[in-house]
Design a protein around this ligand. Structure first.
Ligand SMILES: Cc1cc2nc3c(=O)[nH]c(=O)nc-3n(C[C@H](O)[C@H](O)[C@H](O)COP(=O)(O)O)c2cc1C
Length: 190
């Protein structure tokens, strides 16, 4: 089974990417394949609402979203990390979420994939819970199975994450919950 980690930060090597790498390290230890989408390395334009994906299974915009579609289709679990920008996720991640409508229109391609969310802010309580809830909304719209951290809603951290051991604990617990649910699904299929 494969886990896709998506970082919604436009900054390379910073908190969101560190949280995703921590989550994926645990996945590898448990025998999952892993893959990443780091928005900091990608060009993803906003949806133009041209309607082409209603008619056929493709997008007219030629950019890195094509690669994201393939990575999302082949994942069993998706974990998204986002910074808080003005109380919610940034425009760069919104562009990716909006463009993913193509997958929804294609027979709910993300349906029953398991999803979890992580968020980091510059303030201890700067909107991480709201950002996680917004990511969960996107997952629900795709018919995904959404999990928290067995306690609350997901991974909630404070920049810089390497100094926030309590926050990083919630990141690890969220990742473990995601993998636990996938293992349950896998065992039931046998
Ligand atoms: C435009 C902008 C708006 C921000 N708004 C918030 C906010 O509302 N709450 C908060 O806690 N941090 C806010 N921050 C701080 C970022 O969430 C924080 O620096 C975070 O660590 C960035 O993630 P990254 O290090 O992965 O890029 C904001 C940063 C920017 C650039």
């Amino acid at each position: 089974m494969k886990i896709l980690g998506i970082s919604g930060s436009p900054r390379k090597g910073k908190n969101c990417e560190k949280m995703i790498l921590t989550a994926l390290e645990i996945a590898k230890e448990r025998g999952f394949e892993t893959d990443t989408v780091f928005i900091s390395n990608m060009e993803i334009a906003p949806c133009k609402v041209c309607g082409a994906c209603v008619e056929n299974d493709s997008c007219v915009i030629e950019d890195d979203m094509e690669e994201v579609y393939e990575k999302m289709r082949s994942a069993d679990g998706i974990i998204v990390a986002s910074p808080v920008y003005m109380g919610n996720y940034p425009a760069q991640l919104k562009a990716l979420f909006d463009r993913s409508v193509l997958l929804r229109r294609n027979n709910l391609a993300l349906k029953n994939k398991v999803g979890a969310a992580l968020s980091v802010g510059g303030s201890r309580n700067g909107g991480q819970e709201k950002t996680i809830q917004s990511i969960h909304d996107w997952m629900h719209i795709h018919g995904m199975i959404v999990v928290g951290d067995n306690s609350h809603f997901g991974g909630i951290a404070w920049n810089p994450v390497e100094e926030d051991s309590i926050g990083m604990q919630t990141v690890s617990e969220t990742a473990k919950k995601l993998y636990e649910v996938l293992e349950l699904i896998q065992n039931n299929k046998r």
